[in-house]
Design a binder for this molecule. Structure first.
Ligand code: F6R
Length: 379
């Protein structure tokens, strides 16, 4: 039996693993990027020839839980950097819908453990239909890694706490690297753009360390909110999977009911629930260099005003220096400025901290929530 890593002075693995993220990102990014010569070093891991990659018509992403949320963020990354359609599935549902996939496609299977039964089964289905597969796994030589055509390891380090935290940010980072690699191979990413992205990636670990400074603020929020019974997490576009994962983290460790929803969908039903008893956590960051992000931001501001009129408590995630959101939300957690496609990697960190402190305030076993196991090896 391998021995568990030390908690490194932290009271729980979950908190240690949240704080491990700058290092996990650095280890995941550094070996794969170079500014001089300008390149992404993924060819030996992808193990599908550039010629074949240029013929790919569609990408499928299959995963469970938090790993699927990473895949949802990856969908935006791949479709944005390259013009290829991407479908995302629950691993547990994949074979039931008779997926119409085949040659000329890549199926990306994402799993921290590499042993999740639904995901390994989905990989076999994809392979039996002629699709190539690429595994994203945090465990070297896991079942999924051994059976895949290519393997992109996340180098987050061992994850002990049942709730996935550092594997998630590393998964999103690997998906971004793969998207950029594919775009490069297919001639859709020029030198200037690639250089810019590599610089942004190299800055991520430091920005993650900065976000971790919100830990005390998240603890104070937990002191204030741990008696609430329901939460709504909202995000638009690539921030929606982060809202989903913020809700999943909260429900699985604190047993508080939480739902993740696309912000724009609230007016199609959930708005009826929003009042002083249902706090809203809304991701309202803004990449001012991205016109689409600015439009979405303005909609988010209008949504926050509406929720305040309905007497809701609003906890907002906003970009550093955003006085407008700060003025209207009850609480604002600031996130360093980052491009729209990379900002999610930073946004999830305070939501992980919030879930952690809510659980500790409730006196629950944060590392081992009831009824859950780290690796779901039965379908
Ligand atoms: C949530 C969580 C689970 C896992 C899911 C898949 O915090 O940990 O939702 O993400 O069980 O596990 P892996 O990634 O090992 O396939």
């Amino acid at each position: 039996m391998p021995t568990k890593p030390d908690k490194n002075g932290f009271p729980h693995y979950m908190l240690k693993e949240i704080f491990d993220q700058p290092k996990g990102l650095e280890d995941t990014i550094l070996p794969r990027v170079s500014l001089d010569p300008l390149e992404l070093r993924l060819a030996d891991q992808v193990r599908i020839s550039p010629d074949e990659l240029r013929q790919v018509r569609r990408i499928n992403v299959v995963a469970s839980g938090t790993s699927r949320h990473a895949g949802m963020a990856g969908q935006y990354m791949i479709q944005n950097l390259m013009h290829l359609p991407v479908d995302v599935d629950y691993a547990s549902e994949f074979e039931y819908r008779n997926p119409l996939i085949g040659k000329g496609e890549i199926t990306i299977v994402i799993t921290q453990s590499g042993e999740t039964a639904d995901t390994t089964a989905a990989q076999r289905v994809a392979q039996s239909k002629g699709s190539r597969t690429i595994a994203i796994s945090n465990v070297v030589d896991s079942t999924i890694a051994r059976e895949a055509d290519g393997v992109l390891y996340t180098h987050a380090g061992p994850e002990i706490s049942i709730a996935s935290t550092k594997a998630f940010t590393a998964q999103m980072t690997v998906l971004f690297l793969f998207a950029a690699y594919l775009a490069r191979v297919r001639g859709e990413l020029d030198d200037a753009a690639l250089r810019g992205w590599i610089q942004e990636l190299l800055g991520l670990p430091q920005k993650t360390a900065t976000v971790l400074k919100s830990s005390r603020q998240c603890e104070k929020l937990a002191e204030r909110y741990h008696d609430f019974e329901d939460f709504l997490f909202l995000g638009r576009a690539i921030h929606y999977p982060i809202a989903m994962d913020g809700a999943l983290k909260l429900k699985e460790v604190s047993y508080i009911h939480a739902e993740g929803y696309p912000t724009g969908e609230t007016k199609h039903g959930p708005n009826a629930l929003i009042d002083e008893h249902l706090p809203v956590v809304i991701i309202a960051t803004c990449d001012r260099n991205d016109p689409g992000a600015v439009v979405r931001y303005e909609k988010n501001v209008a949504n926050i005003r509406q929720f305040k009129q309905q007497s809701a408590k609003v906890i907002a995630l906003a970009t550093d220096g955003d006085a407008e959101v700060e003025a209207i939300a009850d609480h604002t957690i600031f996130i360093p400025q980052a491009p729209e496609l990379l900002s999610p990697i930073l946004e999830i960190v305070p939501l992980q901290l919030f879930a952690y402190y809510m659980t500790v305030k409730k006196g629950l076993d944060v590392d081992r929530p009831r009824n859950l196991v780290k690796s779901v090896m039965l379908e």
